[in-house]
Design a protein around this ligand. Structure first.
Ligand code: GDP
Length: 299
């Protein structure tokens, strides 16, 4: 992710002259290059415009003490803006919320094929290892028995417990029973997988809404394949009209060289990316860390 963006931005910043002050003329071509690099990385146009404007406003006319060159000072400004564009300055906003009486319920939702079920397995292992929590997973996808089996297999790989539901025909009931089981057996976290939705399917959206109302999740995480590009924005807005999305999990970033969607989501929807999936293996998941990404982009 961000491969070309990194190459182009670091190259254009290198060209900033070493005068004592940043002026419009000495950053003009750099800003133009950054603009092109962002657009080529598939960052939404309105986000690019705002980004360039903010960097410009922050930098022009700025004078520096002797310890930094204008180039270094400019890099700091671009970095700050990259971090701000990708997420919150407040560290905790990117972290999974568990501040509730256990079990903390995480509901994972999304369109089919985004990597949702795989992510439930990955998340279970991540929380078990990272947070040292007792985790239960359940699938409510009664429409696709293969998805239920897939989650059962993933739970074995993650060495977390799986709540079986093979004979049940009601997704809401399965979720309720799993929650009851999680409470009586002292689980810290219950992760609920849901049916993959074609997002024009109102019946399915209502079903997810009913599950959410019954189990009161602390996190409702929308799983999105990074490859869908700008369509992710419509997806987030659509799901959010039915259920309050608390964060995004961006999957398959290992296959997305451009990465622009990671820079577009927060500004376009107000939602924060919490985690990213970076491979097919059960341990291929990590926190989304804007600061680290910005540092990497700027070389
Ligand atoms: P669902 O329909 O949304 O539940 O999607 P699945 O969990 O069944 O995943 C669909 C495909 O995406 C599977 O082949 C997964 O192995 C693959 N997948 C999921 N997450 C990632 C990821 O982060 N990187 C890569 N490369 N593949 C992934």
């Amino acid at each position: 992710m961000f491969y070309n963006l990194t190459k182009r931005i670091s190259k254009s910043i290198f060209n900033i002259s070493n005068k004592g002050k940043i002026t419009e003329s000495n950053i003009q071509s750099t800003l133009r290059n950054i603009r092109t690099a962002l657009l080529e990385a598939d960052v939404a146009l309105k986000v690019v415009k705002k980004f360039i404007l903010d960097v410009k406003n922050d930098s022009i006319g700025k004078t520096f003490n002797n310890s930094f060159t204008p180039g270094q000072e400019f890099i700091k400004i671009v970095k700050k803006q990259l971090i701000y564009t990708m997420g919150s300055i407040k560290k905790n906003d990117h972290i999974l919320n568990m501040s509730t009486e256990p079990p903390a319920v995480f509901l994972l939702v999304g369109a089919q094929g985004m990597g949702k079920t795989t992510t439930v397995g990955k998340l279970a292992l991540f929380i078990k290892k990272e947070k040292k929590k007792k985790v239960l997973v359940v699938s409510t996808d009664i429409y696709r028995p293969a998805a239920i089996e897939q989650l059962e297999m993933l739970s074995k790989q993650a060495l977390v417990d799986f709540f079986p539901c093979h004979k049940k025909t009601d997704s809401v009931l399965i979720a309720k029973e799993a929650l009851k089981y999680a409470k009586t057996n002292f689980y810290d976290v219950l992760i609920i997988d849901t049916v993959g939705i074609m997002y024009s399917n109102i019946h399915m959206m209502n079903l997810i809404q009913s599950i959410s109302n019954k189990v009161n999740p602390i996190e409702i995480l929308l799983v999105i394949d990074a490859m869908v590009g700008q369509d992710a924005i419509n997806m987030i807005e659509h799901f959010n009209t039915y259920i309050p999305i608390s964060g995004i999990i961006l999957t398959k970033i290992d296959g997305d060289a451009r990465g622009g969607i990671a820079l577009s989501i927060k500004y376009s929807t107000g939602k924060i990316i919490k985690l990213v999936g970076n491979g097919e293996k059960i341990y291929d998941i990590k926190y989304f860390e804007p600061k680290k990404i910005a540092e990497r982009i700027l070389g």
